[in-house]
Design a protein around this ligand. Structure first.
Ligand SMILES: [Mg+2]
Length: 375
């Protein structure tokens, strides 16, 4: 079998790739490079020159060849590599007529627990979102901020004491709204200094959040480790990390309790499986990052199916059936591990026409004094 063509498809805020073969098998992948998908798309077209004519089943070799081709990498390249890798695993599954996870060690579980995205620009909306998620059957809520999901245009202006007390009070209200039947995954979106993260972490610990995600900028792993050492809530981080070496540095510092590789950004299924194995050696669990669409969800389910240390899957409220023909089935807050060959989903026809691409605009939130707020 040989690769005959590679095409990219932009729709909504997604970048998909289709890899074609001379046996009529087509593989589907997605890049998770978020606001820089155009750059990732350009890299995919560079990769195409090498990939055409190659045997698509030599996945690890192609991964190594492309990764080690030149110096200077980063998210655009790793997202492109992820998209290709996912598409090759899709082809391999279809070639052997098994789900891709069967070629990665087989199934460790039948269904994949999810946490449902709750977003709101007021405390009331966030509390209502938690209650609604529970009514829908989810056993966990996430992407849930103790601050507010206010727009990037809204200038941020709170005193330190307002910031801390309002945030702690919101977490109390989330817990009171859902009782102990729903886990709460807090997303801090890098909004605090290490000292603030420790103060708030100690305040909200009595409400037993499942994890405390990205309390500080993740660039300095020593800072994250210092926060982890001083609070009694597990830390989740890693959505911006792109390779096993970076995850290794994070794990060796005991800076993380749940690693968050993005399968569509950190080198695809091949590499995310290695991240999971590294984490396993440290008794750390995996929460695959997924603020993306139904292809990303399907690929994350393939990973979750075949790793022993999976914890919970991020799941956002996307109109999945508009993008793929048969989204992964969701039942009582769990995604059912599919039996279909490959990654288990196919794109809808004419996606680019029916769902035109919307580029993510460059917009950064500002403080009252005009300086930048991290989020
Ligand atoms: Mg996150």
């Amino acid at each position: 079998m040989k690769i005959t063509d590679i095409k990219t498809i932009r729709a909504e805020q997604y970048l998909f790739v289709q890899v074609y073969t001379d046996e009529g098998i087509t593989g589907l992948g997605e890049s998770g490079t978020w606001a820089y998908l155009e750059a990732s798309e350009a890299v995919i077209h560079r990769f195409k020159h090498y990939l055409i004519g190659q045997n698509p089943l030599q996945i690890e070799h192609h991964w190594q060849y492309l990764y080690r081709a030149h110096h200077f990498r980063g998210s655009a390249i790793m997202g492109a590599l992820a998209a290709i890798d996912i598409a090759l695993w899709d082809i391999a599954g279809k070639y052997h007529n098994v789900p891709s996870y069967m070629l990665l060690g087989g199934k460790c579980r039948d269904k994949v627990r999810t946490y449902f995205h709750v977003i709101g620009d007021s405390t009331e909306k966030l509390v209502e979102g938690c209650i609604r998620a529970k009514e829908l059957g989810f056993t966990a809520v996430g992407h849930l901020t103790p601050f507010l999901d206010d727009g990037r245009d809204a200038v941020y202006n709170e005193t330190y004491v307002q910031k801390m007390t309002r945030a702690a009070d919101r977490v109390r209200r989330y817990r009171e709204a859902v009782g102990d039947e729903v886990d709460i995954c807090l997303e801090l979106h890098r909004r605090m200094s290490p000292a603030e993260a420790i103060v708030l972490g100690q305040e909200v610990a009595p409400y037993h959040p499942y994890f405390y995600e990205d309390p500080v900028l993740p660039d300095n792993m020593d800072s994250m480790a210092w926060v982890a050492e001083h609070i009694n809530i597990p830390i989740a981080t890693g959505e911006r990390l792109l390779n096993i070496q970076e995850f290794s540095m994070l794990l060796r510092r005991n800076a993380v309790h749940f690693v968050r590789p993005c399968v569509c950004a950190a080198g695809g299924l091949s590499h995310a499986k290695k991240v999971a194995a590294l984490a396993e050696a440290f008794n750390v669990q995996v929460v695959p990052h997924n603020p993306l669409g139904p292809v990303s969800t399907a690929v994350s389910v393939q990973l979750a199916a075949c790793i022993p240390n999976f914890a919970i899957q991020e799941y956002s409220n996307i109109e999945s059936s508009e993008i793929v023909k048969k989204p992964v089935e969701l039942k009582d807050g769990y995604l059912i591990v599919p039996d279909a060959p490959g990654i288990g989903v196919e794109l809808q026809e004419d996606l680019e026409k029916r769902h035109p691409y919307r580029m993510r605009q460059l917009k950064t939130k500002l403080n009252y004094d005009g300086s930048v707020v991290d989020r």
